[in-house]
Design a protein around this ligand. Structure first.
Ligand SMILES: [Zn+2]
Length: 855
């Protein structure tokens, strides 16, 4: 492209973001502008984005996440805080390993290449990140500390190994934590229907913290309500009782946890899981066969959708309240682990029990009714609400909540009931049967069992140069040199643990590492953690509401209890940003998406294949819907500042955002106008003077202070979109008034406008800051203070219309009455001229703006 115009015009009249942005990104780097100040006495502010998984390419969702955090970090720095704004990589995990196997390369190489590429893409955004703090969780210098923390927890009893029924992902060939299985029983990552397997696995005792994890949600005032509700439900606290049922003809008892002891007269069966210890009594061949086939089906997860399978064991339990005999069933819906692996079947008052009873023709007995002295009725579904007791001997007529207390009491006195709190939360399964993860620092010895590795022998390094081939699940098992070691305790031959840790283990403490990422003799420094934590603003996707955010809270509390620091919660304020969506074109006949590249007219889109009119919907950007937009392309075309402004302006951060090219162009035009405003800013005071110079100056000062006030409020409330609207208003006011005001005021307003805009658009503001003649960076300035006096509006410009046409303008006092406004208007020379010889029929006054004289 020929560049003659810009050569002739060194004054850079045209906004060229490409040049400006590259230049300033280099300068900031050279000057270490965003380096964290470790020795500052200023109040700290820790701004953090959930760190990215190095998948290969930056997408718009990343851009939105990091731009929001960057805006907050820059604003807090301008407000005089000492800011820590780091970035790193959540680098272990299955996708890297799968991609490596597909390509026959080392996952480490694949991951490192992706990190390099994505880091370069990230830098295009002009983020105020302190890159000296960067690390990847697959760095030896990081995972040595993941292993050390694992051993600390192991030594204090929070890590244990247990054989139990686990979730098995048949596509990724690994176990999954309960948090990684969705409500349909599918793997969160591969989408495979999860199978059940009996395996020995490593667990973290998150259940020890169930109560605190619920209680401390109250402290998290600046977290989205929905995230707190999701966590509360996941931990799932319920108050009830353990009830002991005797087994007829046996010495064994069956203990059942129930939240509804008030329904004990309505128990018509007990159900146990297929692994329950009572199944030892199934000696009859027929029953044994039934049990085995049920177990096989459960493994194949046949019952995920229809959980109502089971059979009668023939065993009878005795109801302790009235000594009636109750059949004991095996049911697929009874989970091992929850409560005691058994359920008190009350079909009349629990929908799942109701469906099981209906299917298996078990008696249904109603014991609670809507009305006092109600009658038993034929139920269409279970009655789960509160009400009055019926069919319950001396408790009949009572409110069921009252009966619950009395039944627990009588059961406690007679030793068949015990008040109990249960949680839905299970311990966190952290071992994975895959190579690309942090090695678990344990050695198995035939004599000594599981032996932790001495901390001086850490890290257990992942061996490299293994072969990665399809159908090979875990290459660690083949590496004899790595695998076969001496037992640290007795010296006999032993084997390393070949399972690695869930990547969520690596990410549940990474925010503690940033303040100390240069330390090489410990994971973190107590004083530094107490100084920098909790994170003041955390930004990330809501998909981590339960997974990462729950694990991180747990680990923080567990490490606090090992006396490693004194904070209780890791993240003070949480923002979960919405998705970035774009128009997708779908053929309603075929259900297929059509690429916009092949559509002739996007206004009236038609499928070129069959001429069907296409449906336009806004959906999350994805390759399969042909609606992905590459951040790099957008930055190349419009610049990072425009991309940032668009993303912040288009929607409030927590709402989904719809991509629109015209809105992107709108932001580009806005920045171009700002560019012009500063570049054409004459150094000399204009000779053109307005009669109302003083009034215009007061008004402009007022507009400036309104903007300072509103933008500060908007950023504090995460309303970045309205913050930009305020910037637009102030821009309009400046460009309308700048030629009528004093040079001093003009410089002051231009200076402050530049600072107000700088956290949103850091490059253009740095450039115009230099144009104004300042030497230091705009990003090192102080956010302007509000001048309360300037906010008071003492006067305004009244527009005088005659029959709807503007004939005059005059500044009047803000507190003028209607009578005074009329008086002033009709005595204006201009008005007199137009009204001469006519009568004014009507005055229409719009307070603070206009008077219209109808003649
Ligand atoms: Zn040993």
């Amino acid at each position: 492209m020929s560049n003659t115009s810009s050569e002739k015009n060194p004054s850079k009249k045209i906004y060229n973001p490409f040049q400006i942005e590259k230049k300033w990104q280099e300068t900031w780097k050279v000057n270490n502008l965003y380096k964290t100040n470790e020795n500052s006495n200023k109040e700290k502010f820790y701004a953090l984005s959930m760190f990215p998984y190095p998948s290969g390419n930056l997408h718009m969702g990343h851009v939105r996440n990091y731009v929001i955090t960057d805006l907050v970090a820059r604003y807090q720095k301008l407000k005089g805080k000492n800011v820590l704004h780091p970035m790193g990589w959540d680098a272990f995990g299955l996708p890297a390993e799968n991609a490596a196997i597909e390509r026959g390369i080392d996952p480490n190489k694949w991951t490192r290449d992706n990190i390099n590429h994505m880091k370069n893409q990230l830098k295009l955004l002009g983020l105020s990140v302190d890159w000296e703090k960067e690390f990847a969780t697959c760095d030896k210098s990081y995972y040595i500390w993941t292993q050390k923390l694992f051993l600390d927890l192991f030594n204090s009893g929070l890590v244990y190994q247990k054989e139990s029924e686990v979730n098995w992902d048949p596509i990724d060939n690994t176990v999954l934590a309960n948090e990684q299985v969705d409500s349909e029983g599918k793997s969160w990552r591969s989408g495979a229907l999860v199978e059940k397997k009996q395996l020995k696995q490593w667990y973290l005792k998150i259940t020890d913290y169930a109560e605190e994890l619920i209680n401390d949600l109250k402290v998290l005032e600046s977290w989205p309500e929905r995230v707190k509700i999701m966590q509360e439900n996941w931990v799932g606290k319920s108050t009830g009782a353990n009830i002991t049922f005797k087994i007829k003809g046996k010495k064994d008892n069956l203990v059942v946890f129930t939240t509804r002891p008030d329904t004990i007269y309505g128990v018509t069966y007990l159900a146990i899981s297929s692994n329950h210890k009572l199944t030892k009594f199934l000696t009859d061949t027929d029953l044994k066969e039934k049990l085995n086939s049920l177990k096989k089906d459960i493994q194949k997860s046949k019952y995920i959708d229809q959980e109502k399978f089971g059979f009668d064991t023939g065993l009878k339990a005795i109801n302790p309240i009235n000594n009636s005999e109750i059949p004991i069933w095996i049911a697929t819906y009874v989970l091992d682990g929850y409560g005691t692996g058994s359920v008190m079947g009350v079909p009349a008052h629990d929908q799942r029990d109701f469906e099981f009873a209906k299917k298996n023709k078990i008696k249904i007995k109603q014991v609670i009714s809507k009305t006092k002295d109600g009658e038993e009725e034929i139920l269409e579904k279970s009655f789960e609400e509160n009400g009055f007791m019926i069919n319950s001997k001396q408790y009949s007529g009572l409110l069921n909540s009252e009966a619950k207390k009395e039944i627990i009491k009588i059961g406690t006195d007679n030793l068949w009931a015990e008040k109990k709190i249960e949680y839905r939360l299970r311990d966190w399964l952290i071992s994975r049967q895959r190579y690309w993860g942090c090695p678990i620092p344990i050695i198995f010895c035939k004599k000594c069992g599981s032996v932790p590795i001495d901390k001086n022998d850490l890290p257990v390094v992942l061996p490299n140069n293994l072969s990665f081939e399809p159908n090979k699940i875990n290459s660690l098992k083949d590496d004899n040199e790595w695998l076969n070691v001496k037992c640290p305790k007795c010296g006999s031959t032993a084997k390393r643990e070949t399972d690695t840790m869930d990547t969520f283990m690596c990410s549940s403490w990474y925010f503690l590492r940033y303040p100390c990422s240069n330390l090489n003799d410990k994971p973190f420094d107590k004083e530094k953690i107490n100084k920098w934590l909790p994170v003041d603003q955390y930004v990330g996707g809501v998909e981590h509401a339960i997974l990462h955010l729950l694990y991180a809270r747990f680990l923080t509390k567990a490490l606090r209890d090992r006396n490693l620091f004194s904070i209780d919660e890791p993240f003070k304020k949480l923002l979960t940003q919405g998705m970035v969506q774009a128009a997708a074109y779908k053929n309603p006949k075929t259900g297929k998406y059509v690429s916009p590249k092949v559509i002739k007219n996007l206004e009236i889109p038609v499928d070129p294949q069959d001429n069907t009119k296409l449906e336009i919907t806004y959906e999350k950007m994805s390759k399969s819907k042909y609606n992905g937009i590459d951040p790099e392309t957008v930055i190349e075309k419009y610049g990072a500042d425009t991309a940032r402004m668009f993303i912040l302006f288009k929607a409030p951060p927590e709402k989904d955002l719809e991509w629109g090219d015209s809105d992107v162009e709108g932001q580009y035009r806005f920045l171009s106008r700002i560019w012009k405003l500063y570049l054409e800013n004459d150094k000399e005071e204009l000779s053109k003077k307005d009669n109302y110079k003083e009034q215009k100056e007061l008004n402009l000062k007022r507009d400036l202070n309104i903007a300072i006030k509103e933008i500060s409020k908007d950023i504090n409330n995460n309303q970045f979109n309205t913050g930009i609207s305020e910037l637009m208003k102030l821009y309009n006011s400046i460009s309308q008034n700048k030629n009528f005001i004093s040079m001093n005021l003009r410089n002051e307003v231009l200076k402050n406008f530049c600072i107000l805009l700088s956290p949103f658009a850091p490059h253009i503001t740095e450039e115009i800051w230099q144009v104004l003649g300042y030497k230091d960076s705009v990003h090192n300035q102080r956010w302007p203070e509000i001048d309360i006096k300037a906010l008071v509006q003492e006067s305004y410009e009244l527009v005088i219309q005659i029959n709807g046409k503007v004939r005059d303008k005059v500044f009047i006092k803000s507190n003028s009455t209607d009578e005074e406004i009329k008086e002033i208007s009709i005595n204006r020379e201009n008005v007199k001229k137009w009204v001469a010889n006519k009568t004014v029929k009507k005055f229409i006054i719009i307070k603070g703006k206009i008077i219209n004289l109808v003649v």
